[in-house]
Write a new protein. Structure first.
Length: 242
């Protein structure tokens, strides 16, 4: 299978599975992936489609100016401004996932909301998250996309105040695994904080050692995405037809 076709399939799997996990919101939010063999271009889900109905043929290829160079649909303007600025930066992350998933966004709407090192899931993200603590409105231009990028710095994840999260990685599998466990970690924290009792935080030494072990090998991420594909093949034959 050629790399571009595989990229479309991987992105469609992640979108569909994210919808099953209640990580989507209406027909909003977006996942993107640098287009293999096409510098300056990236794949992204089209405007107006629920993630649960996305197939590889729906995925668009967009250039650095926002032009759809392959695909029959349109790209959401806000999606372009967020994803293009990150894809075209010096960091040049290959896969970018932006969501308003419930528990992560719940932390974003708290004053000084932070993911605390209080669960094993949270340790996966220790030292990997940046925070933009000021909400300034809808993403309508490259300026706000640039600000998100600036706030991200060397991090791979950014929490956007009153908005949602952006998760970046080198592959769809790695980004999707992080997105999944990020929501799980935030869910555990929100539930724990709802008891009114203090969080039992893990020491810096243990957290620093643990995060290295969790992210140095992405074999589990590839296995997770492959499992999602097998279930889709079994439950929705033909979903991947292009």
């Amino acid at each position: 299978m050629d790399a571009l076709k595989q990229a479309r399939i991987d992105l469609a799997v992640a979108l569909r599975w994210a919808a099953r996990l209640n990580l989507s919101e209406g027909v909003c939010n977006h996942f993107s992936l640098a287009a293999p063999g096409m510098p300056g271009h990236f794949l992204i889900n089209p405007q107006g489609f629920h993630w649960s109905e996305i197939t590889p043929r729906h995925i668009l290829i967009v250039d650095v100016k926002g032009n759809v160079v392959e695909g029959d649909y349109t790209v959401e303007p806000g999606a372009f401004w967020i994803h293009s600025r990150i894809h075209n930066s010096q960091r040049a992350h290959k896969c970018i996932m932006h969501t308003h998933m419930p528990y992560a966004t719940a932390l974003c709407i708290l004053e000084n909301g932070r993911l605390e090192p209080a669960s094993q899931n949270a340790l996966r993200f220790y030292g990997r998250i940046a925070y933009d603590d000021e909400y300034t409105g809808l993403v309508t231009s490259e300026e706000l996309g640039d600000r998100f990028l600036e706030k991200m710095g060397d991090a791979e994840i950014v929490f956007l105040a009153n908005h949602g999260v952006i998760v970046c990685a080198d592959t769809v599998a790695a980004a999707f695994e992080d997105l999944y466990y990020l929501e799980r970690a935030c869910m555990l924290q929100v539930i724990a904080q709802s008891t009114g009792k203090p969080l039992k935080r893990i020491s810096h030494k243990v957290a620093s050692e643990t995060v290295k072990l969790m992210v140095e090998d992405r074999t589990q991420a590839e296995a997770f995405l492959a499992a999602c594909k097998r279930i889709l093949d079994r439950e929705d034959p033909g979903w991947a037809d292009i």
